[in-house]
Design a protein around this ligand. Structure first.
Ligand code: ATP
Ligand code: MG
Length: 357
């Protein structure tokens, strides 16, 4: 896993800010610090930060409450401003590729190339065809810069900016390993976004962001029952069986809303899976792993299983990470475990591998 100190993983999600600090031990990774600060519904809307002061304050609070002194951190971006494509280019040397990549990217990316930060990974060299497969990643500079700016305003030092989907894949690889001869899908279903990442033979073969998530359920409950955001959240979590809401009994409408939205998310995911299967020429997807806050809803897991007709399983980000801290808020950690995939995945990154994206 490389040398050097781990960075603090900082996930600025639309529902909350999560920060995780891990350390490597002889027995694997241990979580030493953890912070979680909820964000009000309109602070980040449609992937746009509407209230920068509120995010900065939340970052500040998360670090302070978790008692994290280390300032060097890793961030990630997601959503519509990130484009990930598998492309084929003529075989070339790494130097040639560095020179050519902007031009190649321009052919595949619908944004002005000057506005994006381009990165790539060589997936496979195929000398027999004089070609190679690349994973091209382009993220809008202004989103990366906006997030880095928020972090700097909270007196942090962002050294790495990753992509949500890859961060979760890294954590999954650490926890379960990536099978070299199989295809699996990893889904992160949060509040406003669901990201799908299909991993074939150990590498990402297809990613897609779907602009739907748990927030749609909360908003619909608010509308139908005429309740506040907080009440709707409580009703949703109670209906999903969250232990801390044991005393709340949601009315039948809440279950109906959950079923409706989770079915819609499952249908959108299925469209992406079908597209992948029809275009990639790769093997069938064997299993789907779901993480993110909305993975707490059994109804989501069942809806995806019904559509995809393959086993679907909740993936818990903490499953291979020990806890090694005296003053860590275990109740908070327990309650928000499923939401930590991105922050924990980011906390695997090292200071030495720091680069722009
Ligand atoms: N026990 C639970 N039952 C049902 N839903 C839950 C539960 N716990 C959290 N959620 C939902 O999960 C969502 C938050 O998940 P997560 O932290 O992964 O999203 P986020 O990263 O903040 O947002 P995004 O990435 O979509 O911008 C919220 O919609 C929240 O209501
Ligand atoms: Mg998220």
């Amino acid at each position: 896993m490389g040398e050097g100190r781990n960075l603090v993983g900082v996930d600025i999600g639309s529902a909350s800010v999560k920060v995780c600090q891990v350390k490597e031990t002889r027995r694997g990774l241990s979580l030493v610090r953890f912070g979680y600060v909820p964000l009000a519904p309109q602070v980040i809307a449609d992937g746009q930060v509407m209230d920068q002061g509120a995010v900065t304050a939340a970052l500040h609070k998360a670090f302070a409450e978790a008692k994290i002194r280390q300032r060097e951190c890793a961030l990630s971006v997601s959503g519509q401003s990130v484009i990930i494509r598998k492309i084929v280019v003529p075989i070339m040397t790494p130097q040639e590729l560095d020179e050519q990549i902007q031009w190649e990217a321009e052919q595949h990316i619908p944004f002005d190339i000057r506005d994006v930060h381009v990165d790539y990974q060589v997936l496979r060299r195929r000398p027999e065809a004089s070609q190679m497969d690349l994973l091209l990643v382009a993220a809008k500079r202004d989103q990366i810069e906006d997030y880095a700016q928020l972090a700097r305003a909270a007196k942090l030092k962002p050294l790495v900016c990753d992509i949500d989907a890859f961060t979760v894949q890294n954590l999954f690889e650490y926890s379960r390993g990536l099978p070299v001869d199989r295809t699996v899908a990893i889904l992160n279903v949060g509040a406003s976004l669901s990201s799908l990442n299909i991993v074939a033979n150990g590498v990402s073969a297809f990613t897609r962001e779907i602009a739907n998530g748990g927030n749609a359920i909360t908003e619909e409950i608010q509308k139908q029952l005429g309740v506040s955001h907080e009440q709707a959240e409580a009703l949703k979590c109670a209906a999903g069986g969250a232990p801390e809401y044991r005393t709340t009994t949601p009315p039948p409408q809440v279950f109906a809303v959950i079923d409706g939205v989770t079915s819609a998310i499952a249908a959108e995911i299925q469209r992406s899976l079908d597209f992948y299967l029809a275009t990639s020429g790769e093997g069938e997807i064997e299993r789907i792993f779901v993480t993110g806050g909305t993975a707490n809803l059994g109804s989501l897991i069942q809806a995806i299983e019904r559509r995809a007709r393959v086993p679907v399983e909740a993936f818990s980000p903490m499953e291979k990470i020990a806890i090694e801290a005296k003053d860590l808020r275990r109740d908070l950690l327990e309650r928000h475990q499923a939401e930590l995939s991105v922050a924990l995945g980011l906390s695997l990154r090292k200071e030495k591998e720091a680069r722009a994206a």
